[in-house]
Design a protein around this ligand. Structure first.
Ligand code: R5P
Length: 270
């Protein structure tokens, strides 16, 4: 693999264990000022020390992240549809590779909507982005998006979508955890990171999801709402980080979360 691609990937996937904990805060590109991300700077700043990379759009990067921040940037470069529009899958490339270079992105990310009316269009977007980004040594993250059709998230569908992304040349793929997740990983020759999805019912559900995904072969997480919609987001990202990089079990991570939450009660919210 090209030196530049490998170098940028090693900023995101920590060389000591090959894993990553990415913080996803790109949701506003189709959801607007969604709950707890109304003021992105306020949400993002305390979490940055615990994230291996941050996934966001150029607008939020430029306005809400200090340019002196050292966190690697995974720049969302697809969009053009919103939750109130006709079809979330109708995406185009919204940010050029030239602009990704200007912003010192460590990777660019784009959604594909396999099986939707816009399957061909979004796969063509991915192929074009890979053609344009690769010569600059910028890795491409393909996001296997399902829009509002959350029920699509089963192993058969996700294995197909991940494999197609890898066949087109994506350097890593973001998908969902599911039953028989090993089939998704087994059919995909590039690293897979897992989205968290909408906020889960309990903290233990989130920690189990993280643990099970890694046990099932995921190379990391790219999580958003289950971190920053938590009442104690810093405690939650630290608990998840313990699973990703320190070999913690869900129980151990839960105890850490509880301890951090209790400790914060006397000194203010974490
Ligand atoms: C959705 O398309 C966005 O790309 C998010 O980055 C992704 O869904 C991960 O965030 P969450 O863990 O909130 O699902």
């Amino acid at each position: 693999m090209d030196w530049g691609i490998r170098n940028r990937l090693s900023r995101i996937f920590q060389p000591q264990d090959g894993r990553t904990l990415m913080l996803a805060v790109d949701h506003g590109y189709f959801l607007g000022p969604t709950t707890r991300l109304e003021d992105p700077r306020k949400t993002i700043t305390p979490l940055l020390p615990y994230a291996d990379a941050i996934m966001l759009t150029r607008g939020i990067l430029q306005t809400c992240v200090d340019p002196t921040a050292t966190v690697p940037v995974v720049l969302r470069v697809s969009g053009g549809a919103t939750i109130v529009g006709r079809d979330l899958a109708n995406e185009t490339i919204t940010t050029s590779v030239r602009d990704a270079v200007r912003l010192n992105a460590s990777a660019v990310a784009l959604s594909i909507f396999v099986g939707s009316d816009y399957e061909h269009q979004t796969l063509a977007n991915l192929a074009r982005l890979i053609d344009e980004a690769t010569p600059y040594g910028i890795p491409v993250l393909a996001v296997t998006a399902v829009g509002k059709e959350l029920e699509k998230r089963d192993a058969r569908y996700l294995a197909l979508a991940c494999r197609v992304a890898a066949e087109l040349g994506a350097h890593f793929v973001k998908t969902y955890y599911c039953e028989d997740f090993e089939k998704v990983v087994g059919g995909c020759p590039v690293p897979i990171v897992i989205a968290g999805g909408p906020k889960l019912e309990s903290d233990m559900d989130v920690l189990r999801l993280a643990y099970d995904a890694l046990q099932g072969g995921a190379a990391g997480l790219d999580m958003g709402r289950n971190i920053w919609q938590h009442d104690h987001p810093v405690a939650m990202i630290r608990a998840i980080r313990a699973i990703v990089h320190e070999g913690a079990t869900p129980r151990q991570a839960y105890e850490l979360l509880r301890d951090l939450t209790q400790a914060s009660a006397s000194v203010g919210r974490v």
